[in-house]
Design a protein around this ligand. Sequence first.
Ligand SMILES: [Zn+2]
Length: 111
Amino acid sequence: METQFRIAVERRGPLAHVTPQGELDLQVAELLEELVEGALEDGARTVVVDLGQLSFMDSTGLCALVNCREEARRVGAILHVHNVLPTPRRIFEITNLEDLLCTCELGLPEA
Ligand SMILES: [Zn+2]
């Protein structure tokens, strides 16, 4: 079965901007973790996960984000979760993990 899912990763120095698109389910959650881990290993110290193009997320997606945050902490980096749309946001509220969400305006610096 062909997946509709893609994750875009942009790097600018110590900043990694990760944008999952479509639906965040188990398969994609694993990919997201891999990409964030890879960016951290590669020296990223601020990882922004932009959920602005995410239409759906389940508990595995949430779990992946929690793992990403732990991984970031372990290496002294910071994970930001930005632009959460109303539908995925509900799962953060239900699980009391709203503290994962970030409201800062950090974006990609101009190249
Ligand atoms: Zn932020």
